[in-house]
Design a binder for this molecule. Structure first.
Ligand SMILES: Nc1ncnc2c1ncn2[C@@H]1O[C@H](COP(=O)(O)OP(=O)(O)OP(=O)(O)O)[C@@H](O)[C@H]1O
Ligand SMILES: [Mg+2]
Length: 486
């Protein structure tokens, strides 16, 4: 229940507002007689919303508003003013009120305004708890599950400090994406993000690659070279697969972390390094420390704040969101207009364990995009590897478990549509073009609505149906889009 505090020195008005809200059954309402009283209540209990009269003895509404917002900026405040007093209203909104209501307060207006305020508030707090806002253009960070919310929170915190970070997680869980998010949310964002893959550099070239070299410092060094540290100056250096860093280089990296200086190969000049290090690995560093292949002191230096990315199989609720991201991405990459994924294909992708995590999901989606002849990803274009891992035999399709007969029938119809060739799959087709066309239209629209969670705008856009046409057909076929929201 939403907790509301109604503040008014006029007991009659207080009661009227309270009972209007209480009657909806959605609000738990309490009253306060003036600003001082309101502040006492707000500091002792958490309210979601405060409805505040402006003209009150002891402490007026505007002053109370400021103090309430100072105490808890997340409380939504609505101010009630006399109709003539628009100046008060403007002042209130400037001081952080969500909006104002003019007296006399009408019940339905009050409910509408309160509902809108709560909706807006939910949206804002969702943004705050969700994806880090800044990431390079063209990249999107998906994560609606509690596991990913925690990751986002940590990214936000890590962005505000300048310590080294060690990101761990299985292959394809998004370690590099997280590193980029930390960089682009930090105050180094206007400088470079430089990535280096430690497993891809031959041991004898490592030092020069990281720190640069002077001309003639070793055979083949025929000109001076800038190292990655200099290149990333002021920005962030991402050391991917840091577990593959040779021991000698581990010592040199530790020195940069401790002293913030380094020396290019063949040079006698020490250079300052103003570079933030973000490292990532999928290797068991603790074990490597025990075996002596990874320096313990470097391990502790890097892992001040542990950051572990959950595997995709532990956050399967993100799969659908990732799939719609990839549908949009590959539509634009491959110039296609796929509207989404058939439910039975989605069910398979949700069942699969994703050892290669998001990268593997992305690859599977791209594979399906290239192969799929229809405008919906179907079981036929899901790679054999995925299907066999979850025990689906495409020839019998028997392993897609179905709970009951109705469900079986629904799936059979969906498979017909998904297969793209309805006529071929329907026995005894009635040879009536208009009827067949209408049948196809209806099923296509239902399918499209399902793929986009019953959202009209999205469906119109991605299924390439003008919105007006879509609405007309929905009415014509008696489809209820709400049935397809989750
Ligand atoms: N939460 C996410 N939202 C959207 N895309 C993601 C997400 N996580 C990962 N990806 C995408 O998945 C792919 C793999 O991510 P990334 O390269 O960051 O993983 P990694 O952990 O560094 O993998 P590896 O261990 O193989 O190097 C990238 O294309 C990335 O954009
Ligand atoms: Mg990587």
């Amino acid at each position: 229940m939403v907790k509301v505090l109604v503040v008014d020195d006029d007991a009659g008005l207080r009661l009227a507002v309270s009972s209007t809200l209480k009657n909806t059954g959605k609000f738990e309402v309490e009253g306060a007689v003036d600003g001082v009283h309101a502040l006492e209540r707000v500091t002792s209990i958490k309210y979601d919303l405060v409805i505040l009269d402006v003209d009150m003895p002891r402490m007026n509404g505007i002053e109370a508003l400021r103090k309430i917002k100072e105490h808890d900026p997340s409380i939504i405040v609505l101010v009630v003013t006399a109709f003539a007093n628009i100046d008060d209203a403007i002042q209130a909104v400037k001081a952080g009120a969500y909006n104002y209501i003019s007296k006399p307060v009408k019940g339905d207006e009050l409910i509408a305004l309160v509902s809108r305020a709560l909706e807006a508030h939910d949206m804002i707090s969702e943004i705050a708890a969700s994806a880090p806002v800044l990431i390079e253009s063209g990249r999107k960070f998906i994560g609606k599950t509690p596991e990913m919310k925690k990751v986002f929170e940590l990214i936000n915190r890590l962005s505000k400090v300048d310590t080294a970070v060690l990101i761990r997680g299985e292959s394809g869980t998004g370690k590099e994406l997280v590193a980029r998010a930390v960089h682009y949310n930090s105050n180094r964002k206007d400088q470079k993000f430089v990535a280096i893959n430690c497993s891809a550099i031959p041991e004898n070239l490592f030092e020069s690659e990281l720190f640069g070299h002077e001309k003639g410092s070793f055979t083949g060094a025929d000109s001076r070279k800038i190292g990655r540290f200099q290149y990333a100056e002021g920005g962030t250096l991402f050391l991917d697969e840091v577990g593959d860093l040779p021991l000698l280089m581990q010592a040199k990296l530790l020195r940069v972390l401790q002293e913030k200086t380094f020396t290019p190969v063949g040079s006698n000049r020490e250079l300052e390094a103003n570079v933030r290090i973000i490292a990532a690995t999928n290797r068991p560093l603790e074990q490597m420390v025990k075996e002596g292949t990874f320096r313990e002191d470097l391990f502790y230096r890097l892992s001040v704040i542990p950051m572990l990315l959950p595997p995709l199989r532990d956050r399967k609720d993100d799969i659908e969101h990732l799939i719609s991201l990839f549908v949009t991405k590959f539509n634009s990459v491959h110039g296609k207009k796929l509207i989404g994924i058939a439910p039975e294909a989605m069910a398979c992708l949700k069942k699969y364990q994703w050892p290669g995590n998001i990268r593997e999901l992305e690859n599977v989606m791209e594979y399906a995009f290239v192969l799929e002849p229809t405008n919906l990803i179907t079981l036929n274009s899901v790679p054999e590897k995925v299907l066999s891992a979850i025990g689906v035999d495409l020839n019998s399709k028997s392993a897609v478990t179905v709970e009951n007969q109705a469900e079986t029938e629904r799936q059979v119809t969906e498979e017909n549509i998904a297969a793209g060739g309805m006529l071929g799959n329907i026995k005894g087709v009635e040879l009536d073009f208009t009827k067949q066309k209408e049948m196809f239209e209806k099923e296509f629209i239902i399918k499209a609505l399902k793929s986009f969670n019953g959202r009209i705008n999205q469906t119109a856009l991605h299924a390439n149906i003008p919105k007006k046409t879509l609405l007309r057909k929905i009415e014509k076929y008696g489809i209820n889009p709400r049935e397809y929201t989750e």
